[in-house]
Write a protein that binds this ligand. Structure first.
Ligand code: SAH
Length: 327
């Protein structure tokens, strides 16, 4: 999975020209998504008005969410908002840099949170955002038969890739849940969350993770999926040319953050966006937009919050470092 996604020459993200080529994310559906998040951050910023503020985004894709947040922030406050993109893909970095040209003077790119941590200036308030980032990190899968754990691996059969399994000897390294016969783990997520946690305890910070996933599993199952040109496909059929993802284990992310960080209750994207006033933002535009543009925005908003679309499938996990209270 790691090779398919991140191989420097052939990896899916290393060669991707635009996220819209294969899948559609919330910021690509509506600018109201970024505006709602900007309003959410402005609310927190008001409790620290004297400090420099920095938006840190993990995996910015086309740079659309950053563009919308930075544009809206400018309308809502006079304070400069610095921006740091954590991006490993060279092709997407170029796209983001072009998109964010109007804000170029305040923007900076790093390839990992670790790299960012080494350059950390604790005088900043950090707003950290990761939309559909953690689902894009490689997972490992295990299953249990007759009390023996096996790891699921990929091998070749003639010219095809096929799933196989090998006995997992060091099962004490992983805390397999008692009730589980199948288990997924995303080690990169754990490492990155630890790095974020370390960053957050150095200066006032708030972190917003938006993704599809779960908090506690009662029914452990295979969540690996592949999408190519907006259609589900066999995860082994197009190595490096399909988007491989897995559901995010929010419970695990919470469990590795420092005790000094408060994890708010996991909420649905619908509840989060409504609480940020996304509907009243749309209503305010009623007078200024013509019918066609308004209807397009209304349709986009509906996709984001509808319970039959992204509204409940996507979850929002908010982490707040101490000293960071909203007004
Ligand atoms: N957040 C964007 C795009 C999500 S796609 C949106 O909402 O539209 C996943 C993004 O994470 C891509 O930009 C991809 O290149 C980046 N990415 C994947 N693995 C990464 C890693 N290990 N480190 C940094 N960026 C990564």
């Amino acid at each position: 999975m790691q090779t398919c996604l991140a191989h420097p020459e052939y990896g899916f993200y290393s060669t991707l020209k635009s996220v819209n080529e294969h899948f559609t994310t919330s910021p690509e559906i509506s600018p109201l998504f970024g505006e709602a998040i900007s309003a959410f951050f402005v609310n927190f910023y008001q409790s620290q008005p004297q400090q420099k503020v920095r938006l840190i985004e993990l995996g910015p894709g086309n740079g659309t969410l950053a563009f919308d947040i930075l544009s809206c922030w400018k309308k809502l406050t006079t304070q400069n908002l610095y921006y740091v993109a954590v991006e490993s893909s060279p092709s997407l970095t170029k796209i983001q840099q072009t998109k964010l040209q109007p804000f170029a003077q305040s923007c900076h790119w790093v390839r990992s949170v670790k790299e960012l941590d080494q350059q950390t200036d604790s005088s900043f308030v950090n707003f950290i955002i990761a939309n559909e980032f953690f689902d894009a990190l490689p997972i490992r899968q295990f299953f249990k038969t007759n009390d023996q754990w096996f790891e699921r691996v990929v091998t070749t059969c003639r010219t095809d890739l096929v799933f196989d399994s090998i006995p997992f000897k060091n099962s004490t390294q992983i805390a397999f849940p008692e009730s589980a016969n199948f288990y997924e783990i995303c080690e990169d997520s754990i490492e990155i969350m630890k790095d974020i946690s370390a960053l957050m305890i150095k200066s006032p910070s708030i972190c917003l993770i938006i993704d599809y996933g779960y908090e506690t599993h009662t029914d452990y199952k295979d969540t690996l999926q592949a999408i190519r040109h907006h259609t589900y496909c066999d995860p082994l059929a197009h190595p490096g040319d399909s988007d491989l993802t897995a559901h995010v284990d929010f419970g695990q992310l919470k469990s590795v953050t420092s005790q000094q960080i408060l994890a708010l209750k996991l909420m649905t994207q619908r509840d989060f966006l409504l609480s940020c006033g996304i509907k009243s933002r749309l209503d305010r535009l009623h007078k200024t937009l013509d019918h066609t543009n308004f209807s397009a925005l209304e349709l986009g908003l509906n996709r984001l919050i509808s319970t039959s679309e992204m509204g409940t499938l996507f979850k929002v996990q908010i982490f707040v470092a101490s000293g960071m209270d909203s007004k």
